[in-house]
Design a protein around this ligand. Structure first.
Ligand code: NAD
Ligand code: UD1
Length: 336
């Protein structure tokens, strides 16, 4: 089976490529390297001892996508490619709509032309907005609170319409909670360009001495210690969720939706303590104002994925922090 991985050089994509190759799938990666480095793919080959095909190509260029489909008989696509910085999406919405929506439409057009109708799409827990209760199940109401989230919601809706028009499509919408951690080898991991927006890479960079302290965005939320609570999931567990989704797609299930989370929430302070334990370093922090648009707490009900796919996240907070630290300390400046 040959899988096209768009955005395969990125954080989640590279970890998924490792698991695909380990499971004896053939992998073809399409990535424009706008937020990643080709080095991640060299490391994927080192970890697995297997090769994959890489196309430095842009989803905004339909001809480049067609080349990939002409060169390979693709069985399914895992579609990670997209821009993902919430703050940037608020200031540059057109960039996000252009890249994420047009890029996806081009991909879907080419898939349709080549009669490849199996796709796994990277959605996000952001499509639940501020949930009325917890844990979040897949049938909760959906809403977008920023342009990035709107691109996820719009693509989910586009895929729903495509499925309604043509039942030959098999589509899995995977709603990720908060991916953190790295491959246990420390060879691949999260490598944000510039100052990280997300908590885990920010804490790692403080631990390794690149940044002075963590700013905790508010400590008077309605949570046990007042700091925000999230469902952090180890990126390898997340990657394995995709591996469990592929066989499901090949049973022609139509359109399916799954939460990929652990079902547990940890606070910002608990994350900092976890990183302190993993790194043996004290992580300085200060409490600052809440970040606009942040919600107090969010965690998944992941039971549907367990029942339907036989997938369950089994790595602990300690695993997430240890593996993130191992990657950060081996690669203080990421792939650079
Ligand atoms: P990432 O930025 O590391 O990976 C995305 C990859 O897509 C990058 O390698 C980038 O170069 C590539 N890309 C972007 N636009 C492209 C285009 N037009 N053509 C070709 N390649 C393009 O991000 P990630 O954390 O690995 O996330 C992967 C997917 O999962 C994204 O769609 C993201 O929105 C989604 N997601 C991520 C998180 C998270 O916290 N990391 C949470 C929920 C959902
Ligand atoms: C963010 C995005 C969300 C996206 C998700 C995964 C926002 C508003 N939301 O979610 O759309 O799907 O990432 O990519 O950006 N925190 C700090 N200090 C920091 C960074 C974060 O205290 O420097 C806190 C936040 O307030 C939150 C928690 O840490 O309580 C996690 O934050 P983050 O890693 O940015 O993820 P989300 O806010 O869940």
């Amino acid at each position: 089976m040959k899988i096209l991985v768009t955005g395969g050089a990125g954080y989640i994509g590279s970890h998924t490529c490792v698991e695909l190759l380990n499971a004896n799938y053939d992998a073809v990666v399409l990535d424009n390297l706008s937020n990643s480095s080709e080095k991640s793919l060299i490391r994927v080959k080192n970890i697995t001892g297997k090769s994959l095909e890489f196309y430095k190509a842009d989803l905004l260029n339909k001809k480049q996508i067609m080349t990939v489909f002409s060169d390979h008989k693709i069985d399914a696509v895992i579609h990670f490619a997209g821009l993902k910085a919430v703050g940037e999406s608020v200031s540059m919405p057109l960039k996000y709509f252009h890249n994420n929506i047009i890029g996806t439409l081009n991909l879907l057009d080419v898939m349709n032309d080549f009669n490849v109708k199996n796709i796994v799409f990277s959605s996000s827990a952001t499509v639940y907005g501020d949930p009325a209760s917890l844990p979040i199940t897949e049938n909760f109401p959906l809403c977008a609170t920023n342009p990035y989230g709107r691109t996820k919601l719009m693509i989910e809706e586009i895929l729903q319409d495509i499925y309604r028009s043509d039942r030959n499509w098999n589509i899995a919408l995977l709603r990720y909670f908060n991916p953190v951690g790295a491959h246990k080898s420390g060879e691949i991991g999260e490598d944000p360009f510039g100052i990280p927006n997300n908590l885990a890479p920010y804490i790692s960079q403080v631990a390794v001495g690149l940044l002075p302290r963590v700013s905790i965005f508010g400590n008077n939320y309605d949570t046990p210690d007042g700091t925000g609570v999230r469902d952090y999931i180890h990126v390898v567990d997340l990657a394995l969720g995709h591996l469990k989704t592929l066989p499901k797609l090949f049973t022609n299930p139509g359109l399916v939706v799954y939460n990929l989370g652990t079902g547990f929430g940890y606070s910002v302070l608990e994350m900092i303590k976890g990183f302190e334990a993993a790194s043996g370093k004290t992580i300085p922090y200060k409490i600052v104002d809440k970040r606009p648009g942040d919600i107090a707490a969010c965690w998944a009900d992941p039971s549907k994925a367990e029942t339907d796919l036989g997938w369950k996240a089994d790595k602990t907070l300690s695993d997430m922090c240890k593996d993130a630290w191992n990657w950060q300390k081996k690669n203080p400046k990421g792939y650079r």
